[in-house]
Design a protein around this ligand. Sequence first.
Ligand code: 13P
Ligand code: SF4
Length: 306
Amino acid sequence: MTENQMRLEIEKLKAQKNIKIFAHNYQNYEVQQVADYVGDSFYLSKLAAEVDCDQIIFCGVKFMAETAKTLSPDKKVILTVEDALCPMANMISAQDIIDFKKEHEDFCVVAYVNTTTQVKAAADVCVTSSVAVDVIDNIDAENILFVPDMNLGNYISEQIEGKNIISWNGYCNVHDRVRKEEVIQKRKEHEGYPVLVHPECRKEVLDEADFVGSTSEIIEYATNSDEKGFIIGTETGVLHTLRNMNPDKEFELLSPSLICFNMKKTTLSDVYSAAAGKGGIEIEIEEGLRKNALKSLENMIRLSGR
Ligand code: 13P
Ligand code: SF4
């Protein structure tokens, strides 16, 4: 089957089976093109609960499809590629949180959405990068343990006054590889371009940046700006939307290491197979576990005020 035939078949299957395709901003362009919705983790999570469809095909990594299923249990949720995993999500376990809480009863545990359903269930509140600061600022507790991303945790604690925020020692192996020297070098090569970075980058990189935000916030910032060129410090997939929405602007990737191989595992052919019922993996979550994880996600939506 050619790529064009595959695209046509996907459209037919979407209509026949009432499927909606969700794709994260980091997905391959061919996948983003057939998606009904492309966005950051918060946007896609909220949408999972709101969209009227029978089936969601999730093109992203496993925690994202699990989040969609947690928020919309009546829909069939398919992750396109079974081993598309976020390594950071496995840098903390539910048992780690249970053990921590035994020793620190006065702490509220906040889990980044890049975690397993078990971790969300053991935590008190969940956050995505786009709402983390607002949510944690609104939590009625002074002591916070943020898991698992130490870079995002440190960034949040610098933005909020009057709370004791400690971070777990996890990290994203894509964003954490970027170094301050790369920012300095890119600025020399592209004088005057603002540097926009994701908060999963190290502090030394965030300190050099002009703007820190989630994938969608970076897209929004560049789109609303009058500047003509930008240095982008997040995964290369965002460049598709940035260039489509801003054909007159230039976008330079901050570092060649900004490729998430797990996000790139999904191809057009995988989307077709999932839509045809011949591929991907259906997400199933035991009901008690789902309800506990749902509490953390609902707390996020409530405290974010969005
Ligand atoms: P966003 O919340 O910005 O979509 O980021 C998710 C992610 O995995 C970043 O690496
Ligand atoms: Fe996980 Fe990093 Fe890939 Fe995001 S970019 S999915 S945090 S490994």
